[in-house]
Design a protein around this ligand. Sequence first.
Ligand code: ZN
Length: 97
Amino acid sequence: MDEQKTMDFHHKAYVCIDVFENRKPVLLVSRPDADWCFLCGEEHPDDASYYRVVGIGHILEKDPSLKEVMDLQPDEEAERSSPDSSWVRTNLSGPTQ
Ligand SMILES: [Zn+2]
């Protein structure tokens, strides 16, 4: 087993309010500044009231398909169009040259 699989259950992760309240599935996982964000993929105002901090283990327990992207690196994101679709990864930092 690699290190990601043994990540602390209570490791901090951000979710949008839709995911937090089980209104929408996680369709976007991003790692700005190496944080973990699990979002519904829709636009939200840049306001803390639209986000919640939870233990990452709770999110993975609720949606085991998210384990596929637990090897995501900082400044990468993974997006899917539905919970049954495969993840499409993007590097947010872009080419360095
Ligand atoms: Zn949302």
